[in-house]
Ligand binder design. Structure first.
Ligand SMILES: Nc1nc2c(ncn2[C@@H]2O[C@H](COP(=O)(O)OP(=O)(O)OP(=O)(O)O)[C@@H](O)[C@H]2O)c(=O)[nH]1
Ligand SMILES: [Zn+2]
Length: 213
């Protein structure tokens, strides 16, 4: 796959002003029935690119979650994570820093919306988030992160402070030549509906969730 910058604009939000950049997969097979490119990844930035190379941007790599990001679902922590990271990056920029949110269109840990809702149906029957994927014959996590390299390169970034609890993201970025100089933990939006989900991420998926659970 090959990712290309397409366009950018300013985006005022409830959390502050961002620049929004769109990148597409230029692979011609990745098109829907209307001929639109399927994989439109989005990046929000503040203060990038920067002339001051000593500044390490605060970066979040967020995987699309329609139910959490748009519908305020309590089954996961995605919506609160997205809002919190937008606020964190704006606060960091106000202190002279810079940052980015890479919003990757890898719904349902890369299995897509339909399969995620199939997995939710299995979770309604008592299976956890990992087993539900496996019962559908799908990987526990089908995401890849190779698009992060051209997206970050576009704004001159090769070192990041990464907001995550997921060790796979750190390894993946280091593997593609983006140096993770610091991990910034993030535990927000814990509620009775997602406590078991977060525990599964901690106990069975290796997430570094230390407090509160
Ligand atoms: N298949 C599946 N995907 C889910 C489920 N709950 C949330 N997701 C997806 O998981 C992705 C978010 O991943 P998380 O595991 O919550 O977090 P992460 O991004 O790996 O790690 P952090 O950086 O620490 O937040 C989004 O694409 C969601 O749509 C679920 O029960 N099943
Ligand atoms: Zn979610």
């Amino acid at each position: 796959m090959s990712y290309q910058f397409i366009t950018q604009a300013t985006l005022p939000t409830a959390h502050g002003l961002f620049d929004i950049h769109v990148f597409e997969d230029t692979d011609d097979t990745a098109r829907d029935a209307l001929g639109n490119r399927k994989h439109e990844h989005v990046m929000l930035t503040v203060g990038l690119p920067t002339a001051d190379k000593s500044k390490i941007p605060l970066v979040r790599i967020h995987s699309e979650c329609l139910t959490g990001d748009a519908f305020s679902s309590l089954k996961c922590d995605c919506g609160p994570q997205l809002n919190a990271t937008m606020q964190m990056i704006q606060a960091y920029a106000k202190d002279g820093g810079c940052g980015a949110i890479l919003y990757l269109r890898q719904e349902g840990r890369g299995i897509g919306l339909t399969n995620k809702i199939r997995a939710y149906a299995l979770q309604d029957q008592g299976h956890d988030t990992l087993d539900a994927n496996l019962l559908l014959g799908l990987p526990a996590d089908a995401r890849t992160y190779e698009m992060c390299k051209p997206m970050l390169e576009h704004v001159g970034v090769d070192k990041v402070k990464l907001i995550t609890n997921n060790p796979n993201k750190i390894d993946y970025l280091n593997d593609i030549g983006i140096e993770v100089v610091e991990r910034v933990p993030l535990l927000v939006g814990v509620n009775p509906h997602n406590e078991a989900y977060l525990n599964t991420k901690k106990e069975r998926m290796g997430h570094m969730i230390e407090n509160g659970l």
